[in-house]
Design a protein around this ligand. Sequence first.
Ligand code: NAD
Length: 979
Amino acid sequence: MAVDASLDARIREWEERLAASANSHPPFTLTPAWWQERLLHWATNDPDFRVKLLRFVDVLPTLRSARSIADHVRQYFRDSAPGIFHTASGLASQPVFRPVLSRVVRRGVFSMAQRFIAGESPEAAVSALRELARDGVACTVDLLGEETLSDVEADAYLGRYTELLETLSANAEAISPLGEQWSSVPVVNISIKLSALCAHLEPAAPEYVSATARERLRPLLRLAMRQGAFINFDVEQYRHKELVQRTFAEVITEAEFTDFPHVGIVVQAYLRDALEDLGRLKNLAQQRGAPFSVRLVKGAYWDEERIVAAQNSWPVPVLERKEETDASFERCTEALLAAWPHLRPAFGSHNPRSVAQAMVKARNAGRQIPDIEFQMLYGMAEGLRNAVAAAGYRTRVYVPVGRVIPGMAYLVRRLLENTSNQAWFNVGVTISSIAEASPPNEGRRRQEPAFRNAPPAQFFEPDIREKMSASLARARRGFGTTYPLLVGDRRLSDRASSEVRYPAEPATIVGHVAQAAPGDVDAAVTAAREAFWHWRDLPGYERADILNRAARLMEHARFDLAATMVFESAKPWYEADGDVCEAIDYLRYYAAEGERLSEPQPLGDTPGEHNEYFHESRGVTAVIAPWNFPLAIITGMSVGALAGGNTAILKPAAQSPIIAYRLLEILRDAGVPHGAVQYLPGPGSEIGRALVQHPGVDNIAFTGSSAVGLGIIESAARTSPGQRNVKRVVAEMGGKNAIIIDDDADLDQAVSGVLVSAFGYAGQKCSACSRLIIVGSAYEEALERLKNAVASLVVGLPDDPATFVPPVISAEARDKICGYVESGRMQATMLVQADISHLNTSRARDAAYYVAPTVFTDVPLDSPLAQEEIFGPVLSVFRAVDFEEALEIALDSRFALTGGVFSRNPRHIDLARVAFRTGNLYINRKITGAIVGRQPFGGLAMSGAGEKAGGPDYVRQFMQARVVSENTMRRGFAPEDGA
Ligand code: NAD
């Protein structure tokens, strides 16, 4: 960085001065006991203990009894914890010590929280703010709270912000520091979060989010204007950044606010695009014609950003080394100062160097002391803060206010920061030590995996949204096309056709699809048999090459494919995109598996013989697919078969034949011979059945309902004349999946996990949650939050990116689901039904197929609601006395596909691992959205008979093992290696 020598000398001088003050004061003091200091010392030096401590602090406030606290202490700190914790863990197992132990622990953690949280309510925080003012320091107050999951909660937040503004204004004099530097800025200053004011923060829908949030922002801004207060917009996770920036830009340029200068927004220097953010904000201020403030910080979500990026195979949006962030902070400082007078700078940092360079560079840029502001967090870096204030600079403290339970996330973040070797704040950090610091985690870099999942579309990027919108427009232009059968080399259009309609506008015909006649089945099987020998005998790597090429073609066409599913299957944007990603993953994963399995393996090392074990394809595969993952599942089944050297005849579901046609095109374009992959849409009971019964079919890959699947298994077991092979059936079937919310669960996480699992894609997933079991004391609160959240779900058009719940697939599905809802009204209590009266909800055949998300309680355990797969947005809730009873209820089903547990009790999690026997068990996350290679998917019991899709055993099902043994001894002599 080009910093001239005299500037640099002045920065160093200030840095040393500030660092000396910072060092004279502990970085942050914990009272009352010495052990809290020790605690952080241990946590800094022992990563395993750090995780346990953070998790324990996180769960503690939700523990409602001494017994429960003692139980958690015992479980968290039983093994490998520092001595005192080990002892506490020992004491916890003895009932006599429990009350005192739980009191000590609770008090300890709560007093730790009080270091960072100024009070439970604005009123309670005033005395802390007054004390700050006496030290010459002002505040910006942040409200801690639960994650906003419903409109009711967003309104409550607005109410709390309003109360905060009013309380601070009433106490303005008391919380006002003295000094000339404060004369031009409001003393009342609050920091707000967009996530508090909008329940559905959908990154793909910035217009919707901005419109919803602005409804709540306007009254707040009006109040701030009346009271001369300041409102700062915090920025949280990267994926929501554009939402905040856009909402901010749109609201402050509304006519009534366009001159209001007392607003501000955060820029996070750890982001790779921080400088662009500043540029955009400068333009905004210029266009608006009135300045606003920018608080430059380093950023508080560093760990989360890296984890989310890794989980989604996205580029990491943050700079990965602390010193890179420090350097970015300095570059952003210069850009921010250069944006004067449009942007008013505030610098949020605990690092003496970062503060020093801002002071010196500001002076160098002609700014006077009152032009700039420094901000620090409450309870941290008090020495530095006092030094900055003593130098006459406006110094403001970011003060969180709220109850400790919902404030835990904040406390954990602060503890993370203070116990990290990479802490942003590190007393004594100097320029030289920054330069020498080693990159984090070096030597612990993760190995590049051989297989990488396709990254989901980053709909928070505007250009990605534009691509999707363009594809939707293209798809609309293609409405009404006729799709032929693809049998061998022939394209057959001269058959009766069936219409595919857009479920949100059934009058719109998406396409016409030729329907196979029984004679076509025979022709397709004959072509498949003819193509088989060539495809089988290709080396595994050649088949893999072709399938990998298909993956690239699919990647290239990803938005067009997603758009097809939006209209054909009413998939909302993110669901359609997820479907494409899964299909791409199957292509790559199974290509690699097919190649691996085709390699012969030598067996044993006995001299004089050579044994070889290898897999070979079985023959012709009938692929009979459902409509609900219209691309992913049919791709998975077809490619599983093809990768193993089989030929495939695809019979898509009647509701989703068009996307299957696109898959055919891609596979053939990639080089799969025409006879090896054919397209045979038609009625399941006719064409599906004929394929199942055909003597020339060797494998049947089926995914669909249990009723149809069991019928296929039975029918495939009968041999017919001319049949040469015993048919192998892979059948993936239905589910009736349960989630348990334990009494110590994080309800923010649990309720939002249930919402996504139960109502995503209108509940039309085999993995969807349709039973929710809540344990003991969590029941009332979880139910209340769920009720409000369901009432706030955004139901609407699939092509609208804001939509969370789309219409269901067909009029028949709608009527069937509504039948369950009607019977539920008689047998159970309806807790909530979302209001969808703004949509066309008539039951006419040509009315859109919407079904209102509905939740029932008091559901009899043996009722159809509790036992049958409904396949729609209907959830039944049960109450359990304890975790063991919850497990019993969860397991009371003939299905066993997915299950979920939200708990922070290690014993319950261990118990669930063993006893919650479902094909896929998910802990502390949603139960839908399995990812190829990471969560191979498939059920037990009546949910499935087959190996897991997206796992290492899947392709093998379409193959048979052969062994060739050769006697290599001739006249008593054999080569040494047996070959
Ligand atoms: P479905 O059983 O009605 O139809 C599935 C396929 O079978 C369709 O292609 C259909 O035409 C065909 N078919 C129907 N009758 C047939 C017959 N007699 N012989 C041969 N084929 C016949 O299922 P659906 O409504 O398309 O899909 C929803 C069901 O699929 C749900 O039960 C869901 O749980 C299940 N599903 C399971 C998984 C899983 O991995 N376990 C994944 C997705 C869907």
